[in-house]
Ligand binder design. Sequence first.
Ligand code: ATP
Length: 369
Amino acid sequence: PWNNPDTVPFIRFENVTKKFGDFYAVDDVSLDIYRHELFALLGGSGCGKTTLLRMLAGFEEPTSGKIFIDGVDMAGVPPYERPTNMMFQSYALFPHMSVEQNVAFGLHQDGLPKSEIRTLVSDMLALVQMSKFATRKPHQLSGGQRQRVALARSLVKNPKVLLLDEPLGALDKKLREQTQFELVNIQEKVGTTFVMVTHDQEEAMTMASRISVMNDGVIKQTGTPFELYEYPNSRFTANFVGQVNLIEGVLVDDDEKYAIIRSDDADCDIYIDHAVQGHQGMTFWIAIRPERVRLITEKPEDTKYNCLSGKVEEIGYLGGLSTYHVRLDSGIRIKVTEPNSTRQIEPRYTWDDRVWATWESGAASVLSQ
Ligand code: ATP
């Protein structure tokens, strides 16, 4: 399998560290990215994601560690000699040039024949659906259209890797959502490996084939959107990717098939239907997504359900969803979301209703950190 392009990493970070003075912006990161992936580096402000991207582009050199692209060690290779191209958040289009001149600019610099440039530019404008705006200047375009021109300009030279720093950061919410799908479609058509930096977890989840969640210069977890959401490895990832209820407790009983975690906070024993890695007395956090919690008025007989009683404290109606905050009798709060199906168009519960918050014993993750 060593020469299978889908299993050999196309980009490899090997123990990469970047220090600014005494400060570790990136701390011993190892990561493999595969050909044709749309990969997202996700994290809050200052977590080191942009620094990692800039090292890939060659704008920064690692303090230690190695970066390989397509098997080649990038140490000392300047940005313009790397098989990468960077699309910046600010788009940086030339204001005095038309759309097609902007896209053609790099090709002219490379000295390509005019007829070839014309074909490449027109194909690329068709791909990003900007053909009919070819003669406009950037100031005559909307933000979304400028973004598409910037993408065309970055892709026209056919880089092996396109680096995108908050590519949709300047767009409003509605346009962002629409553009997310367009970008994914274009990436699938051209097949270029995309590495994207974003602080927006929804954007990363919608677009990326895989995501690395970063914090304080380290990668906390790498996986598909599904893996990160369903199997977070830490409270940090569980919190960062989607909404979550976290309940702290101590392992009091377990074998290969089940575990019981005693939570003083929730004043109950929580039943888990699988083994957990750890010894009795160890602290764990139960992570339950709000949509996995059901609110009911009768306590279920079935013991496979964990069941805590409380009162509805807050209700949010979001059209397709209702959200509830339930104050459990123990004092902690649980967040619950329920879909509003066509027959169930209003929230089922109201302020101060007595409810049982229940979830199946298999519905929660058990986290040790
Ligand atoms: P943001 O989303 O805010 O851009 P980020 O995750 O992209 O955040 P980086 O730009 O990678 O963060 O920066 C990581 C850390 O390194 C930050 O604390 C930043 O202040 C620091 N840093 C980045 N570049 C430099 C530099 N040239 N000199 C000193 N410190 C730097």
